[in-house]
Design a protein around this ligand. Sequence first.
Ligand SMILES: [Zn+2]
Length: 65
Amino acid sequence: MEAVQATCDNCGKELVPGAAYCERCGARTRRARRLVRLAIRVELVFFLGVVAMIAAFVWIYWGQN
Ligand SMILES: [Zn+2]
């Protein structure tokens, strides 16, 4: 695990522990950026799962007629 980020990458201001954004310039912290990437990935997997389910349903539905 990387150490907790103590200062802003963008402007160098000290960050509040656990902060998602810099108080001065509004830049996202590394931890927040990682969480956003993770959330996008989870969303993509979920979306692909829904598409696969719809495709399977359509395939089964048309296969029975
Ligand atoms: Zn900053």
